[in-house]
Design a protein around this ligand. Structure first.
Ligand SMILES: Cc1ncc(COP(=O)(O)O)c(C=O)c1O
Length: 451
């Protein structure tokens, strides 16, 4: 039921035009599949036209038609300091003036490595790559090489990039489009990936009992973000740590999303668990393509040129990405306490404020939040794994998404993605977001009466 109070909220129909974006989309569709380079950007799950972005500053994005949006996806995570953060821009400009790439070692690699190691002490040695996908793919190869075992465990709804063996019951776009796996992944490869429900320790015990000393690693998002935000149950991560240790398997935390976001030292700091390997991406590159995997020295030294596990990259440790990373992580290190208290509180205000607006209007909503990442699931159920996330009313989420876009708030265009904010989101922006939510709920009511 929609409450009477919400019915009376005036709908401000300052209709935004997206004419230029539509033209750009049409041109793009002739050249790029779906007009995009990454599937969820096409807005197919929520409907409406994807705006084409021409610039961004702080917490705002501007599209090709001159519309301004409050950004709640932050380039899918990296922009924790806001767009065009002056120190990051300056660092990239300075590095670019000395050439975009050398294909040789640079001082900045060790500088960024030092900043990462200082924040994430489980990492003794690390290797830079160019994306989160490369980080997880390489970590799995390393785990198999180290243990001399074949199987890996991943969890339904977790996304670890698009390497073949990890596209089994994956989250993110795979979940958004309801694809169980991916065409093009041979069964023989998928066979070695055991996909289990998240937050269910008995399923993990059973898998190890069925294949003792055969499982190379468990890989997981220690706070899942790619089925929407799903925190680990109390004791879940500790139990995974215990089981892997007992069996001689490695525990890989994919902190591509949670690293430097849920805490300075990531989810492993927040929950006090030490994984064997950690994958990072997004924030560590300050918005430039960058990923990393790292862990204990004895494991990392299995990598070529020291060991037999091969891994390489033309642009790995790219000087522009290193410079942006050093500027970003340097700022986070110097302002660590203030930054994480600030973004946690701002996130709480937005997450709880909008949830209240939805609940008052009679929209069933379950809010999961860990620091500056959260999801409003359009369901009345607690969301603890992919099965419960999938009970969300994705059609209604789509209506809400379109209404928020119309009110100038750009949420991730899928129910199964986490929402992010950063240090540029001010109290005024929080207020503007709540006002937009009130308008969105009113037009949601107009568009789709209660069922
Ligand atoms: C947890 C996690 N792992 C890995 C990846 C893949 O990273 P990338 O898109 O940089 O390849 C993502 C991307 O969203 C992610 O969220």
């Amino acid at each position: 039921m929609w409450s009477d109070a919400r019915r009376r909220v005036p709908i401000l129909k300052a209709m935004r035009t997206l004419d230029r974006s539509r033209q750009l989309q049409q041109r793009a569709e002739h050249l790029l599949p779906g007009g995009v380079d990454s599937p969820v950007r096409a807005f197919r799950a929520v409907g409406g036209d994807p705006p084409f972005v021409v610039r961004a500053e702080g917490a705002y994005l501007w599209d090709a038609d001159g519309n301004r949006y409050i950004d709640y996806f932050g380039s899918w995570g990296p922009m924790i300091l806001g767009h065009a953060f002056p120190a990051v821009v300056e660092a990239i400009q300075q590095a670019a003036a000395h050439s975009a790439s050398f294909g040789a070692s640079t001082p900045a690699e060790a500088e960024l490595a030092g900043l990462i190691k200082a924040a994430v002490p489980s990492i003794e040695k690390l290797r830079f790559v160019s994306s989160g996908t490369e980080a997880t793919m390489s970590a799995i190869r390393l785990a198999r090489g180290f243990t001399n075992r074949k199987y890996i465990i991943k969890f339904e709804g977790c996304y670890h990039g698009h390497a073949d063996g990890l596209l089994v019951k994956a989250g993110s776009g795979v979940a958004t489009f309801g694809i169980p796996g991916s065409a093009g992944v041979p069964e023989e490869i998928a066979h070695f990936t055991l996909a289990l429900p998240y937050n269910d320790i008995s399923a993990v015990e059973a898998a190890f009992a069925a294949r003792p000393q055969q499982i190379a690693a468990i890989i997981l998002e220690p706070v899942a973000g790619n089925m929407g935000c799903v925190p680990p149950h109390p004791g879940y991560l500790a139990a995974l740590r215990e089981i892997t240790k007992r069996d001689g398997a490695l525990l890989i935390f994919d902190e591509v999303m949670t690293g430097f976001r849920v805490a300075h030292g990531g989810a492993q700091q927040l929950y006090g668990i030490t994984p064997d390997l950690t994958c990072l991406g997004k924030i560590i590159g300050g918005g430039l393509p960058c990923g990393v995997f790292g862990g204990r020295a004895e494991t990392m030294d299995m990598l070529a040129p020291l060991g037999p596990v091969y891994q390489a990259g033309t642009l790995s440790g790219n000087p522009l990405a290193m410079a942006a990373g050093v500027a970003t992580l340097g700022h986070l290190a110097r302002n660590c306490e203030a930054v994480y208290v600030n973004i946690d509180e701002t996130s709480r205000l937005v997450a709880e404020g909008v949830a209240d607006v939805l609940s008052e209007a009679g929209v069933p909503v379950t809010t999961n939040r860990v620091g500056a990442m959260w999801t409003w699931f359009f369901t009345h159920q607690p969301v603890v794994d992919f099965a419960t996330a999938a009970t969300s009313d994705t059609a209604r989420f789509g209506v809400f998404h379109r209404a928020m876009m119309e009110s100038g708030v750009w949420l991730p265009p899928s129910q199964f993605e986490a929402i992010f904010l950063g240090t540029a989101h001010t109290p005024e922006i929080v207020e503007a977001t709540l006002t937009a939510a009130r308008q969105a709920v009113a037009s949601l009511h107009e568009a789709q009466p209660a069922r």
